[in-house]
Design a protein around this ligand. Structure first.
Ligand code: FES
Length: 79
């Protein structure tokens, strides 16, 4: 099975305003950690998620997290 591209080996820590976001799952987006449409032609699709209040988040950029879109520490096992 095709693996997503590792965009970075650490999460993006951001403060998000309330709204709907699209997390890049393929790792090819140039607008990490968000989708820019670069998944076209891959088996991957962006993950839509919603934030209801101003939130500090750590969004996965290694694309190996078990709890997308959030970092779960899986990047620490990557070489
Ligand atoms: S950046 Fe992917 S699990 Fe931490």
């Amino acid at each position: 099975m095709e693996q997503p591209t590792i965009a970075a080996k650490q999460p993006a820590t951001l403060t998000l305003r309330p709204g709907t976001y699209y997390w890049c799952s393929c790792g090819r987006s140039k607008n990490q950690p968000f989708c820019d449409g670069a998944h076209q032609g891959t088996p991957f699709a962006p993950l839509e998620f919603t934030v209801t209040e101003n939130s500090e988040v750590a969004l996965c950029r290694c694309k190996r997290t078990g709890s997308p879109p959030y970092c779960d520490g899986s990047h620490q096992g990557l070489r």
